[in-house]
Design a binder for this molecule. Structure first.
Ligand SMILES: *Cc1c(COP(=O)(O)O)cnc(C)c1O
Length: 365
């Protein structure tokens, strides 16, 4: 029996994408083998690989100026590769700090200070070691000569999310979209580079998706090994070396499900409804459940809240599990409860959670 999965990542996948994989697992098509056993240079895998890329381009209206790239090493490797490729010595890059992963991107870039340029933080919303909000546009003063501006569109741990694209003038905009990639359509043309580890919203772990402006990628430094140059992966259609073929196959299945659901606008409408139901419940029961996040910064992917005591929080997690709901424990850095409600989570799943929350409150207050 499948549970209602509120895991933060790796996260729940849409059942139709899993069932399709189950059906095709031992023999892919009429090829006599699993997709995992195919050569990454063969026509059967090639069709899957190109279908995944084409689906993403179609679903997001990716313009001709941009390319889809698959890489490995997760979002973490991008924290290093982005400065290595695009932050030459003598220049600086602006990193907007809104949470744990922003800080990780900053510290990884700074760790490379002997080979890359400087890292500046034009704005941070950290107060007493915590983040509860996204900065307003008028708080963001980027250096017009910066190599790029980096930000994190959704703060997975703190439960905050950008509900606008920061205006950074002509400076290339780079974004870690790991935990809200394709939760909603975005204007790809505004970004020099958007990247996302797949394991939150579009597939299993093992692959990271980049949507990159070709000119930006080609402007990267050339004195790196092929493996460390992002341009290599773009030139080779993400087939420079053996890609994570099964993970990309699963991304294909998930994107094909998104298309069957009516595309990203339909997924977005469903996500808005989910968020409204869950935040509506938190607001209605605010004498018991407390959201630490400022209202206009609320994340529609990771909903965090506190109960009156830590003992009650532990009881909440345990009883939710007895009711078939898992993954609700907050990140160890912040505690509390976190419901990760990515694209694969349904409105019915949220209704089940809210009804459990109502019962739990009644029994414990
Ligand atoms: C999960 C997460 C990461 C880390 O991703 P890995 O693929 O494990 O490197 C980075 N950024 C954000 C916003 C995340 O949610």
């Amino acid at each position: 029996m499948r549970v209602i999965n509120f895991n933060a990542g790796p996260a729940g996948l849409p059942l139709p994408a899993l069932e399709r994989a189950q059906k095709e697992f031992v023999e892919f098509g009429k090829t006599g083998m699993s997709i995992m056993e195919h050569s990454h240079r063969g026509k059967d895998y090639d069709a899957v690989h190109n279908e995944a890329i084409a689906l993403l381009k179609e679903l997001l209206d990716v313009p001709e100026t941009h390319e889809v790239i698959f890489m490995q090493g997760g979002a973490h490797l991008q924290f290093s590769l982005i400065p290595m490729n695009f932050l030459p010595k003598g220049k600086s890059a602006d990193y907007i700090s809104t949470g744990h992963w922003s800080k990780m991107a900053i510290s990884e870039a700074k760790a490379l200070s002997s080979i890359v340029g400087d890292v500046h933080v034009p704005v941070s919303t950290e107060v007493d070691g915590k983040f509860t909000r996204i900065p307003k546009q008028d708080e963001i003063h980027v250096d017009p000569n910066a190599a790029y501006v980096h930000y994190t569109s959704n703060n997975t741990i703190y439960g905050t999310q950008w509900h606008y694209t920061p205006d950074v003038g002509n400076v290339p905009l780079v974004c870690d979209m790991s935990s809200d990639f394709i939760w909603k359509k975005f204007d790809v043309s505004k970004y020099a580079l958007a990247y996302a580890g797949a394991q939150k919203n579009i597939g299993p772990s093992g692959v990271v998706v980049l949507i990159a402006k070709k000119d930006f990628i080609n402007s990267g430094r050339s004195d790196l090994s092929k493996t460390l140059k992002i341009s290599t992966y773009m030139e080779k259609n993400s087939l420079f070396n053996t890609p994570p073929t099964f993970a990309i196959y699963m991304v294909r299945n998930v994107l094909s499900w998104v298309k069957d659901m009516g595309g990203i606008d339909a997924i977005h409408a469903r996500n808005m409804k989910k968020g409204e139901i869950l935040y509506g419940a938190l607001d209605a029961m605010s004498d018991f459940y407390k959201s630490p996040v400022e209202k206009d910064s609320r994340s529609y992917m990771n909903v965090v809240f506190r109960l009156p005591t830590e003992e009650l929080e532990a009881k909440f997690v345990a009883e939710a599990k007895e009711n078939n709901m898992v993954g609700l424990k907050g990140h160890r850095a912040v505690g509390g409860i976190r419901a990760s409600i990515y694209n694969a989570v349904s409105v019915e799943n949220i209704e089940a959670l809210v009804s459990f929350m109502e019962k739990f409150k009644k029994a414990n207050s």
